[in-house]
Design a protein around this ligand. Structure first.
Ligand code: F3S
Length: 754
């Protein structure tokens, strides 16, 4: 479990030289984000300045973290890289596959039964390859990373979008797909478009009912769910310094909700306090020596408008508590406006549930401030009107808040304490009556509140707010309760006004834990056996994809010409398919089932050219595969947008699709296709899309001359015997052509040639 101080000292040892060189090259003072990026270039000391929002750059992250849902395919792939150990410190966290229903003990027992084979697999692979393994019940990935591994000035990637949470400790932490994680675990570089920068200047000081959560709820309101796309958000100012480290984590966490690449804060006393409290005085000692490199140059924060692409200013002294939602985290309503907003929009006023937890808000400070509200209610004889549930962020937090009487305070109000895990935040909530799909309101301290996210009911209006506001709203039972101005009636009929929340940023008696739930990997994992049952429907060992046979692809059938939007969700749906994330054959039964067939306007209905009948896309493709016939997929603009889900590239590859030819690609998906040994091609003339017919057979004419910058020529033979010759562009460089030839990037790594 121990953090890797040697690795951290190594990062700091090269920081000054790299950042100073970068400042010379860029020719101006540097922001913190730029310092961290330039300090982590794959090439080492920078040799050129990069253009923000334009240049693609190779980086060398310090760490990798994976959660249990995404780790399955990542580790299955890593096993093919031919390495005995991961190249950078890596951890796996079991937090997504645990249902919240009856309470921590029973729920954890059930999860350990239901997902035993997945947990056993993750545990044994971790043990074998030098990966730290956090067992089910140990806590939520991002809370554990903050408590144990994050460090100021570091760069990490994680296979979860809220990896960004570690920005609270001054890191750049970025959510990626499994394929990227596998590259870094295998010792390869990681590519990112050099991000744009949004500065958020925080003046004033939080007070009363306002908390760090309100900062990001306000920022989300300003920037919307798309406003941070392609950018790092860097917070600074006196207001930033006045906040706790875990509060900063909350703000960075929800940077994912505005689409930001990541968010961060400069190294300050709150981080020192947190590092010391979590047993990392060594990190403080090391960081203090390079402190000036762990924040922006003074001139940047003095004149931020000159150095950021966009600047926002928020006065914390004037900030009101916010309640964002329903159905989207960027619909912000200050508490004083909720009465009129709720009435105008017909939102159900009665609050049915209050939930505190998730990676966003499950720190000691969160729990202790929310408990201060609960204690007041109990002391005044106020019976809570809504049900209440909490998910502590980690076993360390749970153990400590139990020791400090905070759990007992919650329990006096009938609160259900669920497992230290994601639970309702990821729909792992067996909420009684949700299947009736009644219109209702819940409030929670999570980050996402899209329709159906928490309980599967599309009519649940979920509102995101701070833990202390969740407590107040759940106790009052009303969405439009304003604790700053309104009173509650106690069991004697008296009107009671709640005092603003208060609580300890960190436990005064220190953190404590008996069993944090960590399994250290074997020092030598060579004899550790990874067992996957051949009859499992959830896990399947991967076989390497076949290398290219060196010949032109001929006689290929058109599988589908997709029309319009085709995101990674259309290509590889989530929802119930999540359970097959570790079983490529089974999850491939969702391949392209959401894509619209351009010839009949239907989803999951394409013509099987062997029979002339229409059938589901995966079935038709399996028929081609069984007959040994290659196929291609044709698509529209921005094909593969959405997420970095590698399954969207692996499934067609696994089922025998050879090429994807589209008007344009979402870049990450294009790269994922390349990594899996597929041909990712774009029409040289977009209008050629219209020439593709339903019964087409396709021949590649010059694949044998595949080279960087040289378009490929494809012959489309139509059912009436006529032909169209179509030119296809591509963006493969030499090494990526090597992936295609080898059958996949992993095959090349395994052969020791990457
Ligand atoms: Fe888990 Fe929800 Fe965070 S799913 S990792 S608690 S966003």
């Amino acid at each position: 479990m121990a953090f890797d101080i040697e690795m951290i000292e190594k990062v700091y040892a090269t920081m000054a030289e790299r950042v100073d060189k970068a400042r010379d090259l860029v020719g101006r003072p540097l922001t913190l984000s730029e310092k961290i990026l330039y300090a982590h270039l794959w090439e080492g000391v920078p040799t050129q300045a990069f253009t923000r929002g334009k240049d693609y750059v190779d980086f060398a992250p310090d760490r990798v973290a994976c959660q249990d849902a995404t780790a399955q395919m990542a580790l299955l792939q890593f096993m093919h890289a031919g390495k005995s150990k991961v190249a950078v410190p890596t951890t796996v966290h079991c937090d997504h596959l645990i249902l919240a229903k009856n309470g921590a003990k029973q729920d954890l027992e059930l999860a350990n039964k239901q997902s035993k084979e997945v947990f056993d697999f993750l545990s044994s692979v971790s043990n074998k390859y030098g990966i730290g393994f956090w067992k089910p019940g140990s806590g939520i990935i991002h809370q554990i990373v903050l408590e144990n591994y994050a460090f100021p000035g570091g760069l990490m990637i994680g296979t979860d979008s809220h990896t960004v949470n570690a920005g609270g400790l001054g890191m750049l932490a970025i959510g990626v797909g499994g394929a990227d994680a596998v590259d870094v675990m295998s010792g390869m570089s990681w590519e990112l478009k050099f991000p744009k920068l949004i500065g958020v200047k925080l003046t004033g000081k939080l007070n009363g009912w306002t908390s760090p959560k309100d900062v990001i709820l306000k920022v989300a309101d300003i920037l919307t769910v798309k406003g941070g796309t392609g950018a790092i958000v860097e917070y600074f100012g006196e207001g930033a310094e006045s906040m706790s480290c875990t509060g900063k984590g909350t703000i960075c966490n929800m940077g994912a909700e505005i689409g930001a690449t990541t968010s961060t804060f400069g190294y300050d006393d709150s981080m020192r306090r947190y590092l010391v409290a979590t047993g990392r005085q060594d990190v403080v000692n090391a960081a203090d020596k390079v402190a000036s490199y762990l924040t922006a140059d003074a001139e940047v924060y003095a004149n931020p408008e000159k150095y950021f692409d966009q600047l926002i200013e928020i006065n914390l002294s004037e900030l009101e508590p916010h309640i964002n939602g329903p159905f989207t985290p960027d619909r912000g309503t200050p508490v004083s406006k909720m009465k009129e907003e709720a009435a105008a929009n017909g939102w159900p006023i009665k609050v049915e549930w209050g939930l505190i937890g998730s990676c966003t808000n499950s720190s000691y400070e969160d729990m202790s401030r929310a408990a201060s509200i609960v204690r007041q209610a109990v002391a005044h004889g106020i019976t809570p009107k809504a049900e209440f549930g909490i998910n502590p962020g980690s076993e360390q937090i749970r153990y400590t808040i139990e020791r400090d009487g905070i759990i007992a305070d919650f329990e006096k109000m009938g609160t259900k304490v669920f497992t230290n895990a994601c639970g309702p935040c990821i729909g792992q909530w067996d909420r009684e009556g949700a299947d009736k799909q009644e219109k209702n309101t819940i409030v929670h301290s999570f980050n996402r509140n899209f329709s159906k996210r928490a309980d599967g009911n599309p009519n649940t209006h979920a509102f995101v707010t701070s833990p202390e506001m969740v407590a107040a709203l759940a106790i009052s039972g009303r969405l439009d309760f304003n604790p700053i101005t309104d009173t509650l009636i106690n069991d004697k009929g008296e009107a009671v006004k709640l005092n603003p929340p208060f609580g300890d940023e960190l436990p005064t008696k220190g953190f404590d834990v008996e069993d944090p739930g960590f399994q250290a990997p074997a020092a030598d994992g060579s004899s550790v056996e990874v067992v996957v049952s051949p009859t499992s429907d959830r896990l399947q060992l991967l076989a390497p994809f076949e290398a290219w046979d060196g010949k032109n692809i001929t006689g290929a059938k058109l599988l589908i010409k997709a029309f319009g939007k085709c995101t990674t969700d259309h290509i590889s749906m989530a929802g119930p398919w999540l359970r097959f994330r570790g079983h490529l054959d089974n999850i491939s039964n969702n391949m392209l089932i959401g894509a619209e067939n351009a010839f009949n306007g239907k989803a999951n209905s394409v013509k099987n050219q062997l029979t002339g009948a229409y059938d589901e896309v995966p079935k038709v493709q399996r028929a081609y595969k069984a007959a040994g016939i290659p196929s291609i997929v044709v698509g529209d603009h921005n094909y593969g947008e959405g997420s970095s889900r590698e399954h969207a590239a692996m499934e067609p590859r696994f089922l025998g699709v050879k090429a994807v030819l589209v008007k344009s690609f979402a870049r990450i998906h294009e790269t994922n296709l390349k990594k899996q040994g597929m041909l990712a091609l774009t029409f040289a003339n977009e209008s050629d899309y219209d020439k593709i017919k339903e019964d087409d057979t396709i021949n590649f004419l010059d694949l044998t001359e595949f080279a960087p910058g040289k378009p490929l020529t494809l012959e489309f033979i139509h059912a009436d015997g006529t032909k169209d010759i179509i030119l296809a562009n591509h963006t493969y460089n030499d090494s990526q052509i090597g992936w295609f030839i080898a059958g996949s990037a992993l095959n090349l790594i395994a052969a020791g040639k990457a």
